[in-house]
Design a protein around this ligand. Structure first.
Ligand code: FAD
Length: 437
C-alpha cells in the first residue's frame, strides 16, 4: 500500500482468526474490502504465546468449517505454529485481500458525510465501514498489587516463553486459568519449585466417556450461552491440550510437588499474603467438574448413546497439605522465589478509535458486534454473541452475522426513490455532450 487516498467499502483491522473469518464472509457476499494487519497473519499465535503452547481444543473442533488441519489427527492438539500456518493457508484459500505490515493508527467519523477517515502507517483510507478485529486479548494486565522489588523478575504470561528464560529459583504463578495452569505445570516439569495462586475457576474434564469436553460443551449448549452468568465475571477456565490433553486437577499438581495458594492479596516488605479461599476455590472447581459429568451422563441416558462408563473420572485426590493447612503469608526470599509470572489476563485498547461506539469504561457498546456507531463493527470480543465468541470456531459464526449485517446495510443505502431513479435513468440515457473547438 502506498500513501495517498484509497477508498474501500469495508476495512477490516487485524488479520488474526477474526480478520480472516471476516474476510471470508465478506468475499462470499461480494463486498469489496481490505484487511490491514500491522504484523503478520495470526501474529498472536506466532509470537504472542509461549513456545510449547498447543490449542486448548482438539483439531476437529478448534478450526473453521472450510478447512481441516493438515497432517494432524482430528483428536490432536495443534501446536501454536500449526494454528498460525492454518490461518495463513485459510487466507490463501480464498485469496483474502490482506495487507500485512500496515498499522491502523486512527479511525474517525467523517464530518457531514458518511464513512470514516482511517489513518494508517502507510497513508489515509476512506472507508464506508470499519470492522475492528484487533483481538480479545490486547494489553497484558498486571494488577496494582505487584510489588516494587528489584530482587524479583516479574513478567506477564504473554511474555513467558519457556523455563530456560527464567532465573534460578522458585516461581510464583499468579492466576490459574488455562495460561497460568499450563505455565505452572511446564515449570514444575522442568524441575522448578512452583507456587500457584488459584482463584475461582471452572475445570471441565478434558474428556469423559470418549468425548472431549469441547464436544460436551457443544451438545449441552454451553458454548451457546448468550451471557455470562451473574457473579461469574472473574471465573477463569482451566483446560489444557498439552501432553495429549489432560484434565486440570490442582490436587494432582500438588501431589507432583506444586504448592497451591489462594488468591494473591498483597505484597509488603518481601512478604506475599493470600486469601484463605483455596479450599473453597477448589471445591467450586470440583462442583463445576462434576456438574459436567452429571450433565453428560444425563445426556447419554436420555439419548440412549452407547458410550462407555467411566467411573474413575469421579475419583478425587485427597487434599494436599497446602490445601488443608493453607499458606496465608509467604516470605518470598525465604521461599527462594525469584520470579513472579502474572497470568492475570488482558485488557483492550481502542484509544486509536475516535468514534461513538464505547461506553464510559471504554468498552465497545454493541449488539453481536454491531456497534452503536453506524458503520463500526467489532469481531472476536469475549461473549460477543455467546460463550464461544472469542474462540476459533465461534468467531467464524459471529463474522457471518456481521457480514450479513453489512450486506443488509448496503442494500438500504443502494435504495433510490422514484425521483432519484428517474434522474439516474435520464443521466444514463442522455446523449454525451459534444465539445467543439
Ligand atoms: C494463551 C492463549 C491460548 C489460546 N488458545 C486457544 C485455543 O486453543 N482455542 C481457541 O479457540 N482459542 C484460544 N485462545 C483464544 C483466541 O482464539 C485467541 O486469543 C485468538 O488469537 C484471537 O483471535 P483474534 O483474531 O480475535 O485476535 P488476535 O489473534 O489477537 O488478532 C488480532 C490482530 O490484530 C492486529 N492488530 C491489532 N491492532 C492493530 C492495528 N491498530 N492495526 C493493524 N492491525 C492490528 C494484531 O497484530 C493481531 O494480529 C487462546 C488465547 C490465549 C491468550
Amino acid at each position: 500500500m502506498t500513501a495517498g487516498n484509497i477508498e474501500i467499502d469495508t476495512l477490516v483491522v487485524g488479520a488474526g482468526q477474526a480478520g480472516v473469518a471476516m474476510s471470508e464472509h465478506l468475499s462470499t457476499l461480494g463486498i469489496p474490502h481490505l484487511v490491514l494487519e500491522r504484523s503478520r497473519i495470526a501474529e498472536a499465535w506466532r509470537s504472542g504465546r509461549w513456545d510449547s503452547l498447543v490449542a486448548n481444543g482438539p483439531a476437529w473442533h478448534d478450526r473453521f468449517p472450510g478447512l481441516e488441519f493438515a497432517g494432524l489427527s482430528p483428536d490432536g492438539f495443534a501446536h501454536k505454529e500449526q494454528v498460525a500456518d492454518y490461518f495463513e493457508a485459510y487466507a490463501r484459500k480464498f485469496k483474502a485481500p490482506i495487507r500485512t505490515g500496515v498499522e491502523v493508527r486512527k479511525v474517525e467519523h467523517n464530518v457531514g458525510r458518511p464513512g470514516f477517515t482511517v489513518e494508517t502507517s502507510q497513508g489515509v483510507i476512506q472507508a464506508n465501514r470499519v470492522v475492528v478485529a484487533t483481538g480479545p486479548f490486547q494489553k497484558p494486565v498486571i494488577p496494582a498489587i505487584a510489588p516494587q522489588d528489584e530482587r524479583l523478575t516479574q513478567i506477564h504470561s504473554a511474555q513467558y516463553r519457556n523455563p530456560q528464560q527464567l532465573a534460578e529459583g522458585a516461581v510464583l504463578v499468579v492466576g490459574a486459568g488455562s495460561s497460568g495452569t499450563q505455565i505452572a505445570d511446564e515449570l514444575l516439569r522442568a524441575g522448578k519449585q512452583v507456587y500457584l495462586s488459584v482463584g475461582q475457576h471452572d475445570r471441565p474434564p478434558r474428556a469423559y466417556r470418549n468425548r472431549d469436553f469441547c464436544w460436551w460443551l457443544g451438545v449441552l449448549g454451553e458454548w451457546d450461552q448468550a451471557a455470562m452468568k451473574p457473579g461469574r465475571e472473574h471465573v477463569t477456565i482451566a483446560v489444557s491440550g498439552a501432553h495429549g490433553g489432560r484434565t486440570v486437577d490442582f490436587r494432582e499438581l500438588a501431589q507432583r510437588g506444586m504448592t497451591l495458594v489462594g488468591v494473591t492479596r498483597s505484597f509488603s516488605d518481601g512478604v506475599a499474603t493470600f486469601q484463605p479461599d483455596l479450599a473453597a476455590n477448589l471445591a467450586r472447581g470440583d462442583e463445576n467438574y462434576l456438574a459436567v459429568l452429571d450433565a453428560a451422563d444425563a445426556y447419554i441416558e436420555r439419548n440412549g448413546l452407547n458410550l462407555p462408563l467411566e467411573p474413575e473420572a469421579r475419583r478425587v485426590f485427597p487434599d494436599p497439605e497446602c490445601v488443608s493447612k493453607p499458606i496465608l503469608e509467604l516470605d518470598l526470599a525465604e521461599a527462594g522465589i525469584t520470579t513472579i509470572i502474572w497470568a492475570t489476563g488482558f485488557a483492550t485498547d481502542y484509544s486509536w478509535m475516535n468514534v461513538d461506539a464505547f461506553d464510559e469504561k471504554g468498552k465497545p457498546r454493541h449488539q453481536r458486534g454491531v456497534s452503536t456507531e453506524s458503520g463500526i463493527y467489532f469481531l472476536g470480543l469475549p461473549w460477543q454473541s455467546r460463550r464461544g465468541s472469542s474462540f476459533i470456531w465461534g468467531v467464524w459464526h459471529d463474522a457471518k452475522y456481521v457480514a450479513d449485517h453489512i450486506a443488509t446495510q448496503r442494500k438500504y443505502l443502494e435504495y433510490r426513490d422514484a425521483a432519484e431513479r428517474q434522474a439516474e435513468q435520464a443521466a444514463s440515457t442522455a446523449p454525451a455532450s459534444v465539445v467543439t473547438a
